[in-house]
Design a protein. Sequence first.
Length: 57
Amino acid sequence: MKKKGIIVAAFFGFILLTSTVMISLPGLMTPIDTETTITGTPADNFPDAQRAQFCGS
């Protein structure tokens, strides 16, 4: 029973360690481009003719 507890503690310790490393090193994950969708279309869904009217600042 004690061996099982050590295995469970090691498993959760490994999860804690790997999640801490992934959060502290943001360069490991690929950046997500929020300007375009997966299909390559702009995320605002406005056609090119109306983009200047609605998306201008």
